[in-house]
Design a protein around this ligand. Structure first.
Ligand code: AVJ
Length: 314
């Protein structure tokens, strides 16, 4: 992991323009900051999807065509703190569905906390965690031949480029069997005055989340980033439907990364791309799915129609 991190930081800071990968946001501090983000007034995504999980649980169960007499695996990619999923788990548990919950996340810390809280709140739900990034865990899905439900919530897909997302969904499709289902939660394209504040909150939590990546490089790779000389810069246009975050150097400066034995130069105003958060509509999703054997069979939306949980059938 640390070696991948080292190589990816080297590659990103040596590129023009510079970039860092958003999957590295999630160290212990980053996990906690992301929980704070989900609770901020501007970050409508989590509340919108929670609304669907809380108020349309029976519709979700119906759309997924779950059957009480057939054991299934409920696999969640990028589970995080599981707040939304627990609303579904609660109902599945009370109604005696026969399943295992398998949360997968890049952060072992997030998984440990999640397993603990599910064990405590829902002691009957069997939980098996897996650590890894989305692409790495796909292969392991094929190892079991039980029916599967894949949860991929929170518009986590949005961190991937269109090419990566299409590739990911086609690999996901290949690792499933006929009648398996995917519940794909996607943030919908909407106006800038709603989307941009979600990535530029008034308390500066997103700024800390973004700049924490530099602290992580300092801590784990022995770098000397002075985070006071970098700012957080988010962008969004409704025409494109993609929010992007950058870290911008406010001065001409050099930063040394000890573990790499390298110094990187940053010009005043130079941007480091750190995150892509794509927003969606039916057309974009269907274009991703056109070369897969997955198809949309249902779509559940929150009361504001900000967010959609698409149900895909293999
Ligand atoms: C977890 C990838 C869905 O892109 O909205 C939130 C992460 N970054 N604020 C998103 C995030 C900044 C989030 N995802």
């Amino acid at each position: 992991m640390n070696n991948n991190f080292l190589n990816d930081v080297d590659k990103g800071l040596s590129s023009t323009p510079k970039y860092l990968l958003s999957k590295y946001f999630y160290d212990k501090k980053g996990d906690a900051l992301f929980v704070d983000i989900m609770n901020m007034p501007e970050y409508y995504l989590t509340r919108a999807e929670f609304d669907i999980f809380k108020n349309q649980t029976q519709n979700i169960i119906k759309a997924l065509q779950l059957n009480k007499n057939t054991f299934f695996e409920l696999i969640e990619l990028g589970a995080g703190d599981g707040t939304k999923t627990k609303e579904l788990l609660k109902v599945l548990d009370t109604e005696n569905y026969d399943f295992n919950y398998v949360p997968i996340d890049i952060s072992q810390n997030a998984l440990d906390q999640l397993k603990q809280s599910v064990n405590k709140e829902l002691p009957n739900v069997k939980t098996t965690t897996k650590q890894g990034d989305y692409f790495n865990v796909l292969a392991s899905l094929k190892q079991s031949n039980h029916p599967k439900i894949i949860l991929f919530l929170g518009s986590n897909l949005g961190n991937l480029s269109d090419v990566q997302a299409e590739d990911f969904l086609s690999k996901l499709s290949d690792s499933l069997r006929p009648n398996d289902k995917v519940l794909l939660g996607l943030d919908l394209i909407k106006s800038r005055d709603i989307v941009l504040p979600a990535y530029n909150d008034s308390q500066g939590i997103t700024k800390r989340f973004n700049l924490n990546l530099l602290d992580r490089i300092n801590n784990e790779l022995g770098a000397d980033f002075d985070t006071n000389t970098f700012i957080h810069q988010p962008e969004y246009t409704e025409e494109e439907g993609i929010a992007r975050s950058y870290i911008v150097s406010t001065t001409n400066q050099n930063v040394t990364v000890k573990s790499l034995n390298k110094t990187f130069h940053f010009m005043e105003g130079e941007r480091v791309h750190t995150e892509t958060s794509r927003k969606y509509n039916d057309t974009i999703l269907n274009s991703y799915l056109k070369n897969t054997s997955l198809q949309v069979i249902d779509k559940l939306m929150d009361s504001n129609t900000y967010f959609a949980d698409y149900i895909l059938d293999k």
